[in-house]
Structures are given as structure tokens and as C-alpha cells.
Write a protein that binds this ligand. Structure first.
Ligand code: HEC
Ligand code: HEC
Length: 250
């Protein structure tokens, strides 16, 4: 005990006051620090920023890109994003279009951002499309009667039965997706009931039937007054392009 100061009662009380009062108080200073370090840093991404990221592939700028989604209803876009997010769509290996889209859907999944982005797409006027699929629209019109029961006579879709508009989509993308349904490369997940339904329908048709239907759908595009209308018998393939070559290559 030599050399140890003998604390007075007052000193002891002071010491305990330090432990009981002062240190816990100081501890509060660390609370915000601890909470922040325990959680990942909050990333503030507004819908605007996310939308710009989507437009890298969903605008008319790129060659290797996804479909133009301008004018597509928000309910459909959100439903498909959910499929990509939950692996109902986008998990098949060697599926070119899907393998571009799936990682993006994993990255952007904030529901309020996606709602904002979907609303932005819906508000945009349907784009002017290039035609790349050769087909007979008169024959296509007759074949389309079956599709019309779900996608509407004008190809504007029916939300009540989750059928998207077809008249707003580019012909290469329609052909691409119909071929995917036909070959079991979309709608393959057991949870994908609407995809499975479309698979069963697409399998009834030949490739030429589908080309004719797609050629007819191009004539229902509301932006057609802004595009060169090419009569079917005058249709010539764009220079150097083979029909469907502009597609995602399945
Ligand atoms: C790297 C390019 C790329 C980016 C970036 C991208 N997409 Fe896609 N997206 C695609 C491709 C390619 C497809 C077609 C997938 C297929 O073939 O099945 C697609 C398909 C979709 C579809 C399905 C459309 C349909 O008609 O069924 C939706 C919805 C979609 N994307 C939304 C988005 C949103 C929202 C963003 C931004 C968060 C986004 N995409 C960013 C490439 C991209
Ligand atoms: C029984 C109702 C029904 C009929 C009939 C039907 N479809 Fe669909 N179609 C759907 C539904 C539902 C979807 C949404 C699939 C999904 O959720 O992936 C769809 C999706 C599509 C898509 C994908 C669109 C996109 O944005 O990716 C295309 C293309 C399509 N249908 C074309 C056709 C054609 C062409 C016909 C006629 C040969 C047809 N459908 C007949 C219900 C139907």
C-alpha cells in the first residue's frame, strides 16, 4: 500500500460521480458514430438519376440496347422489374437481352425510385420506330384477332388481365420476345404464370405468322404519322441488315 494516496471520502465520491455521470454522458457522443458505422452509408439516389441510368440502354442512342419503353404503362414496367428483381426473369444463362438487364435490376431496386422512373416512361410520347421486320400486315391483321382478346384491338393492352400494349414497342423487340416465348427462353420460371401463358400462345404460330403479326402491329403504332409509312410490298430491308438482326439475338 506504500505510495498509494489515501483518498478522502469526498475524493471517492468525486471518483464515482465521474464513472456514473460523466463517462456515460461521454458515451452518448459515440452513439451516432456507432449507429452509422453499423449500417451501410445511405446512398441517396433520386428517380431522376436512376432514370438517366436506364436511358443508357432504353433510348434510341445505342445499337446494343434494350427496347424503347416510352409510353409503356407504369404497372407493366413495375411488374417486369419485379420479375427481374426476384429472378423470375433474367436468370437464364446465355440469354443475351436478359443478361444485360438482370444486373441492372439487382442494382436499382428502391421501390419509390422505380415508381418514379416507371411514371416517367409512361408519360413519354411513343417513339418513332424504324422497321426492320418484313411481313405481310394484311395476313397479320387476321392472325392478330386471337391476340386482340388480351392485348386489345388497337394493341393498347389491358391492365385488368396484365397484358401489355404491343403497339408501342419496336418490331425487332416484339419479334425477339415472341421468339423467346416460343423457344421457352422467356416464361421459363415456374412462378412466371403470365410468361407461361404467352409461351403456350406463341408456340401455336410459325415464324412467318409471327412476322406478319408484328408487321401489322407496326401499323398500329400511334407515332406512325411521324414515321415513313412503308407499304408492305414496297418494303425493303435496311441496307446490310437482316430482319431480327437488330434484336438482342435471343
Ligand atoms: C445495360 C443495358 C440496360 C440498362 C442500363 C437497363 N436496361 Fe432494361 N432492358 C435491357 C434489355 C437488353 C432488355 C430486354 C431483356 C430481354 O430481352 O428479355 C431490358 C428490358 C427491360 C424491361 C422489360 C420490358 C418489357 O417490355 O418487358 C423493363 C421494364 C426494363 N428493362 C426496365 C429498366 C429500368 C427501369 C432500367 C433502369 C433502372 C433499365 N431497364 C436499365 C437493357 C438495359
Ligand atoms: C390470354 C391472353 C393473351 C393472349 C391471347 C396473347 N397474349 Fe401476349 N401477353 C399476355 C400477357 C399476360 C403478357 C405479359 C407476359 C409477362 O408478364 O411476361 C403478354 C406479353 C406479350 C409480349 C411481350 C411484350 C413485352 O413488352 O415484352 C408480346 C410480344 C406478346 N404478348 C405478343 C402477343 C401476340 C403476338 C399474341 C397473339 C399471337 C398474344 N400476345 C396473345 C397475354 C396474352
Amino acid at each position: 500500500m506504500v505510495g498509494h494516496p489515501r483518498w478522502t471520502v469526498t475524493q471517492k465520491i468525486n471518483q464515482w460521480t465521474r464513472y456514473l455521470v460523466l463517462y456515460p454522458r461521454l458515451g452518448f457522443l459515440f452513439v451516432p458514430f456507432l449507429t452509422y458505422s453499423a449500417e451501410p452509408l445511405p446512398v441517396v439516389l433520386s428517380g431522376e438519376v436512376v432514370f438517366a441510368a436506364c436511358m443508357v440502354c432504353h433510348s434510341t442512342q445505342e445499337m446494343q440496347r434494350g427496347p424503347i419503353l416510352d409510353g409503356m404503362p407504369a404497372w407493366y414496367l413495375l411488374a417486369q422489374m419485379k420479375k427481374f428483381n426476384t429472378g423470375i426473369r433474367g436468370t437464364m444463362e446465355d440469354n443475351k437481352g436478359e443478361s444485360l438487364m438482370a444486373p441492372v435490376a439487382q442494382q436499382y431496386h428502391d421501390p419509390s425510385d422505380l415508381r418514379e422512373v416507371a411514371a416517367k416512361f409512361e408519360k413519354r410520347p411513343v417513339a418513332r420506330h424504324l422497321r426492320t421486320v418484313r411481313g405481310n400486315p394484311q395476313r397479320g391483321k387476321l392472325l392478330y384477332a386471337t391476340c386482340a382478346s388480351c392485348h386489345g384491338v388497337e394493341g393498347r393492352g389491358k391492365k385488368s388481365i396484365q397484358s401489355p400494349p404491343l403497339a408501342f414497342l419496336e418490331d425487332w423487340y416484339l419479334m425477339d420476345q415472341l421468339r423467346k416465348f416460343q423457344l421457352g427462353r422467356r416464361g421459363y420460371d415456374p412462378r412466371d404464370t403470365t410468361g407461361k401463358l404467352m409461351q403456350n400462345i406463341a408456340k401455336i404460330y410459325t415464324i412467318n405468322d409471327l412476322r406478319d403479326i408484328v408487321a401489322y402491329l407496326a401499323s398500329l403504332n400511334p407515332s406512325q404519322e411521324r414515321q415513313a409509312i412503308i407499304p408492305s410490298d414496297n418494303f425493303s430491308e435496311p441496307k446490310g441488315a437482316v430482319a431480327e438482326q437488330t434484336g438482342s439475338g435471343l
